[in-house]
Every structure is written in structure tokens, then in C-alpha cells.
Ligand binder design. Structure first.
Ligand code: DGI
Ligand code: FE
Ligand code: FE
Ligand code: FE
Length: 190
């Protein structure tokens, strides 16, 4: 696919080697999940490829860029600018990579915190980000990887829950959207 190859070349210059390899892992894992669940393959590959396109921008610069482009920065994001890479990445996917598909943009925007009522593509990217083969082993990884291809909602809920446990255990401040997403899915799946 020529468009994806072009995006890949540009993206490579904006990421370090490790992040670029993670990105390719997410792209192919998202592709596999799209095949499993009958989601559009091109959308999954594009969102997977670009989901972390803003990840390697230094924190201060992330904040300056959000100010410049009028993207809202919350208190928690100001204190933890890494959180901004999702929404800033979504913006840059449109601006620098010329993605005009809102489904793809939204999946990039919510890939770190999730959101209530996630679309199939949102779930695919959120999960692919967590389970891609290069991701260092996380608790319950084997179960989560199997669940991803068995029951996408159960898998999503499991990741949301494990992530909150991890953040709380390390005393990392929870973004309100992370909490909101967890509570939303707990109601249906918990
Ligand atoms: O960008 P990746 O590392 O591939 O993955 P990601 O975008 O899912 O980001 C994961 C990181 O984000 C991880 O170090 C934990 C952090 N994170 C996720 N939810 C929250 C959070 N950090 C804070 N402060 N608050 C959250 O709610
Ligand atoms: Fe990310
Ligand atoms: Fe994630
Ligand atoms: Fe990622």
C-alpha cells in the first residue's frame, strides 16, 4: 500500500528506533485484529502506524504545540504531558500525514485513556497497543493476548482494569477519562 509506505517513511524520522519498532508491531497486530473482527484493514493499519506519532516530542514542546493548535490541556495533562501524545498525535495525523478519516483520528486520540462507547477500531488500537509482540511482558499478558482474539470486550475490560491497578500501585495520577472509561465498561462487563 503506497500511502502507508509513504507515511511510514515520514514517521520513521519522528520516532526513535524502539518506538518505531513498537509502532510496526501495533500496526500488524491491529491488522490481525481487524481481520478477526471484520473491521476495515486499511483503517486499522493507518491508525496503528500513526497512533504514537507524537510520542517522541519532548513534554514541554507537546504543551507548546497543544497551545499553538488550540488543543485543550487539562491539569492532569499539564502535570503528565506524555498523556498529550494521543490527542496531539491525532491532530498531527491529520495535519502532517493527511489522514482525513475521522474514525482513524478518533482511534488515535483515545488510544491511551480509552473512552466510553469505544468504536470497534478504538478497541482494536487500544488493545493492539497493549499486546503487540514487542511490548515487554505485563501481568496476565498471555491471557490478555488470547482474549484479544476470543472476546474483544472482555479483553478491553481486562486491560482497563490491569492498567488502573498498575497506575494506582505506582502512585501515578489517574486521568479522569481513564477512570470514566473503566467505570463505563465495568457496568457492562465487570
Ligand atoms: O504510548 P505507549 O507507551 O505505546 O502506550 P499508551 O499510549 O497506552 O501509554 C501508556 C502510558 O500511559 C503508560 O506509561 C501509563 C500511561 N497512562 C495511561 N493512563 C494513564 C497514564 N498516565 C497517567 N498519568 N494517567 C492515566 O490515567
Ligand atoms: Fe501511545
Ligand atoms: Fe495503551
Ligand atoms: Fe503505543
Amino acid at each position: 500500500n503506497e500511502t502507508i509506505t509513504k507515511m511510514q517513511k515520514r514517521l520513521k524520522k519522528h520516532l526513535d528506533r524502539e518506538r518505531y519498532e513498537h509502532t510496526l508491531g501495533v500496526m500488524y497486530t491491529a491488522g490481525a485484529l481487524a481481520m478477526r473482527y471484520g473491521s476495515d484493514l486499511e483503517q486499522a493499519l493507518t491508525a496503528g502506524l500513526l497512533h504514537d506519532c507524537a510520542k517522541c516530542i519532548p513534554g514541554e514542546k507537546k504543551i507548546r504545540m497543544c497551545d499553538k493548535y488550540h488543543l485543550h490541556v487539562s491539569e492532569v495533562e499539564l502535570a503528565n504531558p506524555s498523556l498529550l501524545h494521543a490527542r496531539l498525535g491525532a491532530f498531527l495525523a491529520a495535519k502532517r500525514y493527511h489522514v482525513d478519516d475521522k474514525t482513524v483520528i478518533n482511534a488515535i486520540a483515545c488510544h491511551t485513556t480509552g473512552r466510553p462507547e469505544m468504536t470497534l477500531l478504538d478497541k482494536i488500537i487500544y488493545i493492539a497497543d497493549y499486546i503487540e509482540p514487542g511490548r515487554q511482558e505485563l501481568p496476565n499478558m498471555a491471557v490478555v493476548r488470547r482474549l484479544a482474539f476470543e472476546d474483544i470486550d472482555e479483553c478491553l475490560y481486562r486491560i482497563l482494569k490491569d492498567s488502573l491497578v498498575y497506575l494506582n500501585s505506582r502512585g501515578i495520577p489517574i486521568d479522569p477519562m481513564t477512570e470514566k472509561t473503566y467505570l463505563y465498561y465495568k457496568k457492562y462487563l465487570g
